[in-house]
Design a protein. Structure first.
Length: 93
């Protein structure tokens, strides 16, 4: 079976939501340039840090009192901060 690849562009906010929900994992795709790879790495770290201590399944939305952690959802300000920050560790990945 031949593997078919699709080249696409996606907003950082949408990608963060897909990673946060568990619908997409960074291992499911590869970045085509170093800057994108760095930003995806930072988005993954953000999503993971927001899930630390959360007892809800990844596909459940937090309902305030049911959650024992802060709201793990990603907001557009957090994504904007990542996208506007310069790449600091370009040689790590």
């Amino acid at each position: 079976m031949q593997t078919t690849h699709i080249n696409l562009a996606i907003s950082a906010e949408k990608l963060a939501k897909l990673i946060q929900s568990g619908d997409v994992c960074a291992a499911d795709f590869r970045c085509l340039d170093q800057a994108s790879k760095q930003k995806v790495w930072q988005l993954c770290l953000l999503c993971c840090s927001n899930r630390v201590g959360c007892l809800q399944s990844c596909n459940s939305s937090c309902a305030g009192s049911e959650c024992n952690s802060s709201d793990p959802s990603i907001n557009s300000q957090q994504v904007g901060d990542i996208m506007s920050a310069p790449n600091k560790w370009t040689n790590i990945i």
